[in-house]
Design a protein. Structure first.
Length: 602
């Protein structure tokens, strides 16, 4: 996760962001209105008990009116019950709304992540994106459930208490309000320091997440190079800093709330001192004095609540800015408004293609070639020559900067993206398996691929040799990233996946680099069956595995330098010949995955 991004706190309140956040409440306007009404009703009922106390002390107790006392007791009880009901209604309603907004936001973020191109993922670590859809969305949930609507209740309670105090006795109200400058000073001190403390805690949380993500993902390397003690010490330091930052924030909370209570007690003392004298002088009733004390105690509670909501708002502003930055990231690679369908057998052509992952550093330079339907073509070259880039551009994971790629004469940028990628079956060197079952990883959620088709694909690539030995066969659970399977087993499953989807074009990107010679022999026959009626692009470092291809294209420093059959390229004594000699000086010949068609027909 990027640390510097978490260092930016942003504004405590941003009207633009708040307006956009409030749009998520629009689908739930009736529920919000209901919750707001319940909050206001609850706040109104909160004003009743102190006044009932005044009535009892001033009217019914001196008169000995038991029936009046009974009536007030009933009203008091009904007020408490009503307050409970309205608070329950507003709490449950806002919590429900918050959960629905969280659901909507996460679906929106997930949808955006699914549409963004690979270039976006090249520059955004997974940990950062996970934080957006989890921690940041949780912060917004707290804003909706405990901030943006409930704050109206605090404001209404404050205004209501102030109005009642002024109505009862404006002189004593002035005495009660005399402590407000202290409240302002304490609250400002709290907000300033807590904001800085919150910033520091966020920084160290980001560093903890980044450290753990990197170390847990690379745990095998940690064990191999015996870095456990060093990593433990590093994490101990990061964790200690996070703990200390939290302890500093605890200090501010520990000071703030007792300080508010102290000011509340000071206000009560002033009311008792001044109001008590007026009661003795018969210029104020005892009931009014008691009611003032009760109202004063309730007056400072919303102030504390609103200061706490400031932190909720602070977190929400920071989280919303990061979420909206993600949601506003433009989708660079998408289907055109009016896609064009290619009509033909599926001839693929690269026409003067130039491409660079980083500006000014081209990986491919003016590359042109054509693949006829059913043709078997291999790409070879040194590491970094641009072989895998050919595949990335053909599948439109990236778009070319110059030139174009066509299928039957149609630029792939003019085609429907799903239809384009639906033409290709892909077998990669680094196989990614999902949590689920063996069959689920072959089918990948495609309901049209039956269990029989999955079994047939498994058997065709000889993966049944190990699948049948598993406890539950095709229903055997697969751990995260296929951790319970060997690299070779995962690669066999990727072959089965490509066969099960039955695409017209097969791409093999170092597809046999992780299997042993025996397994390679097993899948050789299967590959001949798979490639018999498909256009095949094979990327290989081991030249012995692609000698039987119809054509071999040699890439060197991003340029297409040679093209021809294995024998023709050897006879030319160029780059391919040099690569071949270098390779066979260090490793024995391996069986070719594809035999010459002439030999096969013979």
């Amino acid at each position: 996760m990027s640390i510097h991004e978490e260092d930016v706190v942003g504004k405590a309140y941003d009207a633009r962001l708040m307006r956009r956040l409030l749009t998520y409440l629009h689908p739930y306007r009736p529920q919000v209105a209901f919750a707001l009404g319940a909050i206001l009703a609850h706040s109104l009922l909160e004003l009743v008990p102190p006044y009932l106390t005044k009535v009892v002390i001033d009217n019914f107790i001196p008169a000995g009116d038991l029936s009046g006392l009974g009536l007030v007791a009933v009203v008091f009880l009904l007020t408490l019950c009503g307050s409970f009901v309205f608070e329950y209604l507003q709490t449950s309603t806002m919590q429900t709304i918050g959960q629905r907004i969280m659901f909507d936001l996460r679906m929106q973020i997930h949808g955006r992540l699914n549409r963004l191109d690979l270039r976006f993922y090249d520059r955004n670590p997974v940990g950062r994106l996970m934080t957006r859809i989890t921690t940041d969305v949780d912060a917004l949930n707290e804003l909706f459930t405990a901030g943006v609507v409930p704050v109206f209740g605090d404001v209404f309670t404050l205004v209501g208490i102030m109005a009642v105090l002024v109505w009862m006795d404006w002189r004593l109200a002035v005495v009660a309000f005399s402590v407000l400058p202290l409240i302002v000073l304490i609250t400002q001190w709290f907000r300033t320091n807590v904001r800085e403390s919150y910033r520091t805690v966020r920084i160290w949380i980001a560093r903890i997440n980044a450290f753990l993500q990197e170390r847990i993902t690379g745990m095998s390397t940690v064990h191999l190079f015996r870095r456990e003690a060093r990593d433990f010490a590093a994490f101990d330091e990061i964790n200690r800093q996070h703990r200390d930052a939290n302890l500093r924030s605890i200090f501010f909370y520990a000071v703030f709330y007792p300080a508010i209570e102290l000011v509340s007690a000071l206000a009560s003392a002033l009311i008792i001192w001044v109001g008590g004298g007026w009661v003795i002088q018969d210029t104020l009733t005892l009931g009014s004095l008691v009611a003032f004390l009760l109202y004063a105690q309730r007056f400072f509670r919303p102030i504390s609540d609103m200061s706490e909501k400031f932190n909720v708002l602070q977190a929400a502003m920071a989280s919303s800015e990061r979420i909206f930055t993600l949601l506003d990231t433009p989708v660079q690679i998408a289907s055109p408004p009016r896609p064009v369908r290619h009509t033909g057998p599926g001839a693929i052509a690269f026409e003067h293609v130039t491409f660079a992952y980083l500006e000014g550093e081209p990986v491919l330079r003016d590359v042109s070639f054509r693949l006829e339907p059913g043709e078997r073509v291999a790409f070879v070259g040194a590491t970094g020559a641009g072989k895998t880039t050919i595949v990335n551009l053909l599948l439109r994971f990236y778009d070319v900067q110059e030139g174009r790629i066509t299928i039957d004469g149609v630029d792939i940028r003019d085609m429907n993206l799903a239809a384009l990628r639906g033409m290709f079956g892909l077998v990669l060197q680094d196989v990614h398996l999902f949590s689920g079952t063996i069959a689920g990883n072959v089918r990948l959620g495609n309901a049209s691929i039956t269990d029989e088709a999955v079994r047939a694909a498994i058997e065709a690539v000889h993966a049944n040799v190990f699948v049948d030995r598993l406890p539950a066969g095709l229903a055997t659970p697969v751990a995260e990233r296929g951790a319970t399977l060997s690299v070779g087993q995962k690669q066999l499953l990727s072959f089965a996946r490509a066969l099960a989807f039955d695409r017209p074009v097969l791409i093999l990107d170092e597809a046999t680099s992780s299997v042993d010679t025996e397994t390679e022999l097993l899948i050789r026959d299967a590959l001949k069956v798979i490639m018999a009626r498909r256009t095949t692009l094979a990327i290989a470092h081991r030249l012995s595995t692609i000698q039987g291809m119809d054509r071999i294209l040699v890439l060197h420093k991003g340029q297409l330098r040679e093209s021809g059959t294995h024998q023709a390229l050897l006879a030319a004594r160029g780059i391919y010949h040099r690569l071949y000699r270098l390779q066979f000086q260090t490793e024995p010949p391996r069986p070719a995955l594809v035999e010459n068609r002439a030999a096969s027909s013979a």
